[in-house]
Design a protein around this ligand. Structure first.
Ligand code: BGC
Length: 266
């Protein structure tokens, strides 16, 4: 069942971690995928080859999502290549952790530029294309879909990560505000808030037994998440199966946001 057949998706930060999981899930569902990335051309090339071998269609595009000119050029070229874009997944993000009083302005700005400004720049270009093209009923009931990958830390405060948690809180309000503003144009905007997903960003939390055991005390469902857990949620939010859903955040976190400290009666 190819739920995204004939649609084109652009996934930022698409050659690693959660982004990679989303790209692979979208390709399996029949979407053409533009894999945005900044480093590791060889990984992107390999992903494109694999998708092609499996009968799918993908291209890589190197661009810094926090750079307005690069983002605009990426959308121009992606639209020239595939004709249009139906789905944007704002996913590219990073952490620059530091105790609060030691956090530098460079760390703060790097995180805000990529995690928040990058989402603004890409969503703006995508929305312009969706509005310009309008609904194509054979492909989707919506003119376009935007999915913002956030984090449980849009809700859970996180000591030592003031920049990152602030950026994720910002993504939540950004997502809801543009969902409200764009709904009448038939554009759906939603968020996914992943918990601990096994990716390079949190490697030190799962690459040894003691850290993993400690991490699992925060996850009632008893396992670390995988990129495909997020890929499946993203497919649903991108497809017409969620056609009446906009402005929502889907927490995909094995219960991390359920206050696990209270499991044993607080
Ligand atoms: C962070 C990970 C962390 C997870 C749960 C994510 O947003 O990027 O490093 O493991 O939240 O705390």
């Amino acid at each position: 069942m190819q739920r995204l057949k004939g649609q084109t998706a652009l996934v930022t930060g698409g050659n690693s971690g959660i982004g990679k999981g989303i790209v692979e899930a979208f390709a399996r569902e029949g979407a053409n995928v533009v894999i945005n990335y900044v480093v590791h051309d060889e990984v992107t090339t390999q992903m494109v080859q694999q998708i092609t071998v499996n009968g799918g269609n993908a291209i890589g595009f190197k661009a810094d999502v926090s750079n307005e000119a690069e983002v605009q050029e990426m959308f121009r070229q992606a639209i020239a290549h595939y004709g249009t874009i139906d789905i944007l997944v704002n996913n590219a993000g990073l952490q620059r952790d530091a105790p609060f009083t030691e956090m530098t302005i460079a760390q703060w700005q790097t995180v805000m530029n990529v995690n928040l400004t990058g989402y603004f720049l890409c969503a703006r270009e995508a929305a312009k294309e969706f509005i310009h093209r309008g609904v194509v009923p054979e492909r989707s009931s919506a003119a376009g879909k935007i999915i913002c990958i956030s984090s449980v830390h849009e809700m859970i405060p996180w000591a030592g990560h003031a920049d990152y948690a602030s950026s994720k809180g910002g993504i939540s309000m950004f997502m809801k505000t543009i969902a409200q503003e764009l709904a009448s144009q038939k554009i759906r905007v939603n968020g996914i808030a992943p918990g601990a997903i096994q990716t390079p960003i949190n490697k030190s939390d799962w690459d040894n037994e003691a850290s993993l055991k400690k991490l699992l005390t925060l996850i009632p469902y008893g396992r670390i998440g995988q990129p495909e857990d997020i890929g499946k949620a993203a497919v649903w939010l991108a497809s017409d199966e969620s056609d009446y859903v906009t402005g929502a955040t889907l927490f995909v976190d094995g219960g991390m946001t359920l206050f696990p400290g209270f499991i044993a009666n607080g």
